[in-house]
Write a protein that binds this ligand. Sequence first.
Ligand code: HPA
Length: 294
Amino acid sequence: MRLIRFLSEKASRSAGLIVDERVSKIRETVDFIRARCRQQPALGLILGSGLSACADLLTDRVIISFRDLPNFPQAKVAGHPGQLIIGNVEGIPSIALQGRVHFYEGFSISEAVFPIRVLGCLGIRQLIVTNAAGGVNTTFSSGDLMLISDHINFTGTNPLIGANIDEFGPRFPDMSEAYDSGMRKIALEAARLKNIPLREGVYIAFSGPNYETPAEIRMCRALGADAVGMSTVPEVIVARHMGIQVLGISCITNIAAGILPQRLSHSEVLDTAEQAQGKLRTLLQSIIGSLGVK
Ligand code: HPA
């Protein structure tokens, strides 16, 4: 596993190093967080729409609102409290983001992944991403949990476009195993032990913000997707670029467009996610307890 050499912003400037503007901003945010919490997190947790309450898994917490974090993009979508929580889960130093920003909110794609790069520079080695997603696979039901086995980037963009940040990772990162097979095995075993049904499938990301048309959903199915959403993929790309191992879990909050004779709404998405987050919390706790990150 690749460890990112990370100097503080002050140290690298005084060493006379030329600093990429993007890295400089990340360092400023990292320095701000480190000044408030000495603990180095090993595990990152991204809690998607309606899934924020899973943050109560963290004990000994330090909470920082996104509003107070320098350079941090501010979430604007209902269902996202917008705070960073540092603490421990099952004895593992962890950091959770309650809420994320999306490309469709008008942020540049590199702003949207800024928080992940901050987590990477804080030292996380493993990342668990969660999201609310529409079920494309017709055997899925609303409220199901799906382990992401792979993804399709259908957002039309990529967070690694632009000059490569060599200290983070290579120009052409490998994505053969975007979602770590060892972590997935642990997740499946944790689900079995806790008796929590866990589907498995491919997540496809659109930029949003509109939900898909029935024709787009038929296309998703033809492409091999099982769930559809508007997040996660850019985050996973930058996490993998930094050599962070990733696990992804989707909460199927609705059946995707055109399958049932009903319309989609954000309130249905939030309600279902809130109902499912108890079992997601139990599953996360069991997974994290078995991860063995230090
Ligand atoms: N489509 C896209 N994003 C989503 C959906 C959906 O059906 N449900 C939750 N997020």
